[in-house]
Design a protein around this ligand. Structure first.
Ligand code: URA
Length: 486
């Protein structure tokens, strides 16, 4: 008799490696006693044989279907799971099509186990409730969840939460092990955790959310019970509301039908407005550009902060007469933390030098302050920000303009031109003339240097460059001219 111990972390790979060894050695299912690391009863079988490292057993190939089934079954809480699986594997070697026969007792059993594990994983994704751990004053916010799965699914399901909550630190504690995601690193502790203490504020927040999304007119009790079985209720703060919400639902539906249509709240109207007016925002939030820049470093207004290295804020004197606004930092800007230091910046520097303008005398910023990119191998390919990202970042831009109060804002490219003027008219058709922002700042538009660098046709690139250089001269002339109101 051989005693095999499957690792409690990386359980599937551990079982697979041991099973391969056993097949290679020709061990029959009845020759092996399986157990999970840490769950060994004291010395009942003498000293257990060491689990060996993986061996390549190419002669023992199984179908993808078996691998998927086994990946789920090893998570099942049935103490016999490893031996049932090995028995099935052993049969698969003799009869590769055995999995097609759902009536075969072993296949039937493994499939039922796999289904139960899949369901448990699904429930974990739906019913984990994070509570913020407010005792930690760290850069990344920390969250804790307590969950009671039926099976050993925590390690396998943790990847789902990593994708969802990538920019936070969190842990999901369960009686079947704990997953930790700290500083972007996922680790797993297989030992049983103790139930964590509830934090009233967070629980109340869950209850408010649930009570608000509950629609009494769509009450389907049977569907609700099957989707949210009672056994999960004691860990769901919102569950104690269910009884009351259900008993009041009839009256609430009547009230809804009898009530008049309401006007959206002023907050909803403001939130849906396409552009934020700079009249309402400038300067009232930040007393200086330094204060604004410090706040922008912690910006999480949109998801772009998750992958960017840092917020790239504007730079230049706080009393600059000319402000130049580009689209968003590129790869080099993201790494250095300064706007326009890469290829586009070099072309801008040339244009400024040709116009006799010192870069130090103007304010240079971007419409969007985080680098948006798509990783491709080792490279990070620039992606255009979408309108939501641009609108979120407009908050910083209009506050910057409100603090610097330049005489002219030169918008380079369609993104900056669009966000400042609200017009998406072609740059070629409007460049070089004075327009007015929604808030009555003077705005001039010109080509973005990267558009010139990307132009495929040399003649076109030459023309665009000449226009770009002359627009810079014109913009500086306008910004430094004396007007009657100066
Ligand atoms: N392109 C931009 O729009 N901004 C930068 O800072 C760099 C490249």
């Amino acid at each position: 008799m051989f005693h095999k111990i499957v690792a409690a972390t990386g359980t599937f790979l551990s079982w697979r490696n041991i099973a391969r060894d056993c097949l290679r050695e020709g061990l029959k299912p009845s020759d092996i006693i399986w157990s999970l690391e840490g769950a060994l009863s004291n010395d009942l079988f003498g000293s257990p044989e060491e689990t060996r490292e993986a061996v390549s057993a190419d002669s023992h190939k199984v179908s993808r279907r078996f691998v998927e089934l086994a990946r789920n079954c090893v998570c099942h809480s049935d103490g016999e799971r490893f031996s049932i699986l090995y028995e099935l594997l052993f049969e698969c070697m003799k009869e590769p099509l055995i999995l097609e026969n759902a009536l075969h007792p072993l296949v039937h059993k493994a499939m039922a186990m796999s289904k139960s594990v899949s369901r448990d994983k699904h429930k974990m994704k739906a019913f984990v409730r994070f509570k913020e751990d407010l005792q930690h004053d760290t850069v990344r916010r920390k969250f804790i969840a307590w969950f009671e799965p039926e099976h050993y699914i925590v390690e396998e399901t943790a990847a789902f939460f990593v994708r969802r909550f990538n920019d936070l630190d969190w842990c999901i504690a369960t009686p079947k092990g704990t997953a930790f995601f700290v500083d972007s690193k996922l680790t797993f502790d297989p030992s049983p955790a103790k139930r964590i203490k509830a934090n009233d504020d967070i629980e109340n927040l869950w209850k408010t959310y649930y009570a608000n999304i509950f629609n009494p007119a769509r009450l389907k009790l049977n569907a609700m019970r099957s989707e949210m079985p009672k056994k999960y209720w004691h860990n769901l703060p919102e569950a104690e509301l269910i009884k009351e919400l259900i008993s009041n639902s009839g009256r609430r539906v009547d009230d809804m039908q009898n009530s008049q249509p309401t006007k959206p709240s002023s907050f909803a109207v403001a939130a849906r407005a396409p552009a934020v007016s700079t009249h309402k925002l400038p300067q009232q939030y930040f007393s200086s550009i330094t204060e604004l820049n410090n706040a922008a470093q912690k910006c999480q207004r949109c998801p772009l902060h998750c992958n960017a290295t840092q917020t790239v804020v504007g730079e230049g004197p706080a009393n600059a007469k000319l402000m130049i606004v580009g689209e968003q930092p590129g790869d080099e800007e993201d790494l250095s933390g300064r706007p326009f230091v890469g290829p586009s910046g070099k072309l801008l520097d040339k244009a400024l030098a040709a116009a006799g303008v010192l870069r130090d005398s103007i304010y240079i910023s971007n419409a969007v302050k985080h680098f948006k990119f798509e990783p491709r191998g080792k490279r990070r390919i620039h992606m255009r920000p979408n309108s939501g990202e641009i609108q979120h970042c407009k908050y910083w831009l209009i506050n910057e303009i409100g603090l610097i109060r330049p005489k002219l804002v030169l918008a380079m490219g369609a993104t900056a031109a669009g966000v400042l003027t609200g017009s998406d008219q072609n740059i070629g058709a409007r460049r070089g003339s004075i327009e007015h922002s929604n808030d009555n700042y003077a705005v001039m538009t010109t080509f973005h240097p990267s558009a010139i660098l990307r132009a495929v046709n040399a003649d076109t690139a030459g023309q665009m460059k000449a226009h770009f250089f002359s627009d810079i001269v014109k913009a500086m002339g306008f910004a430094t001219s004396i007007s009657p109101t100066d």
